[in-house]
Write a protein that binds this ligand. Structure first.
Ligand SMILES: [Zn+2]
Length: 318
């Protein structure tokens, strides 16, 4: 049998970036493997991504049984959907997740229903199947809790709401990087290839809270990280500059969305306004009009516009 091809990138400090081919395309979602002193996986992706993680372990001459920790930044299914299935093959692994996320992994019915609402007919292709996690496999760290991996390496868990209320970031003492899930937003490697490093917040439905997101970014900045490990997608430096770019955009987006908001539930006007703003910005930075990298920005803005519409629909009730 031919081995599945998987794109791995070796990063300093025994960190390997695994392209988990979310949606079937490269450079959309990454998982990260810390290989030393003990194997730790950050993000499982959804179940269709697991073959890439297992192929990466084989390439690195590791077995699923060697994994000691599996860490999820949050419980959106593109980050966590495969956890229940993967854990069955990793008897030595403890699953680490935010305390607000654990019960939804034990019983994923709500998670599945909520995701179906956002993704509609695409649900089966992108996420099926979502297996539950046995409660005894879970550890839910307190904010600021430190996990000592040995060999002088620690991971610090940071409660970072804003994108969702069940979001953890993980500071790695050795790389001085932060595995930031969706807390900071998205990095666009195809634009970086064009010489335009570009980062945007992500306000996907349904728990976007702009004030909390800004506070979380300040919290990350206070750790003085060297780099950020984005799930979508890749490692990016210098962290301080990226945080300085994304933080003011949160308020800007709320301003744009509020001005474009007409009818409750209608996100399309917000998406069009966000796109006008960022298309202009990208063209001014030298991006070629019509380039596929711009199409991807537009698609991700559509998802963020849905979350902004939901925020404006419900903010007075929060
Ligand atoms: Zn998310």
């Amino acid at each position: 049998m031919n081995e599945l091809h998987v794109n791995l990138a070796q990063i300093d400090h025994d960190i390997v970036q695994i392209d988990v081919m979310y949606t079937g395309f490269p450079r959309i979602s990454a998982s990260y493997l810390i290989t030393k002193p003990v194997p730790v996986l950050i993000e499982t992706g959804p179940k269709p991504s697991l073959p890439y993680i297992l192929a990466a372990l084989r390439r690195l001459q590791l077995k699923p049984e060697d994994l000691r920790y599996v860490i999820l930044t949050h419980i959106h299914l593109d980050h966590c959907g495969g956890a229940g299935t993967l854990l069955r093959q990793c008897p030595a692994a403890t699953l680490i997740v935010h305390e607000r996320g654990g019960r939804h992994l034990i019983d994923p019915a709500k998670l599945i229903a909520g995701t179906r609402q956002v993704y509609g007919e695409e649900f089966s292709r992108l996420f099926d199947r979502v297996d539950p996690v046995a409660p005894e496999r879970l550890h839910m760290p307190a904010d600021g809790e430190i996990l000592n991996l040995g060999g002088g390496r620690t991971l610090t868990f940071l409660d970072t709401p804003g994108h969702s209320y069940h979001h953890l970031c993980i500071y790695d003492s050795l790389s001085q990087g932060i595995f930031c899930g969706d807390a900071v937003g998205l990095s666009y490697p195809d634009l970086a290839d064009l010489g335009i490093p570009y980062y945007l917040p992500t306000s996907s439905p349904s728990q976007f809270n702009p004030q909390a997101m800004v506070q979380s970014l300040h919290k990350l900045a206070a750790h003085n990280p060297r780099c950020l490990f984005f799930t979508h997608f890749g490692v990016a430096c210098p962290a301080a500059e990226i945080l300085n770019q994304t933080c003011p955009l949160i308020g800007k987006w709320v301003e744009i969305a509020t001005a474009a908001y007409q009818v409750p539930g209608q996100w399309q006007d917000i998406a069009a306004a966000l796109w006008r703003y960022h298309e202009q910005d990208l063209l001014a930075k030298g991006a070629p009009a019509g380039h596929p990298a711009l199409t991807w920005v537009k698609e991700t803005l559509d998802i963020s516009a849905k979350g902004l519409a939901h925020y404006l629909d419900t903010k007075d009730k929060q």
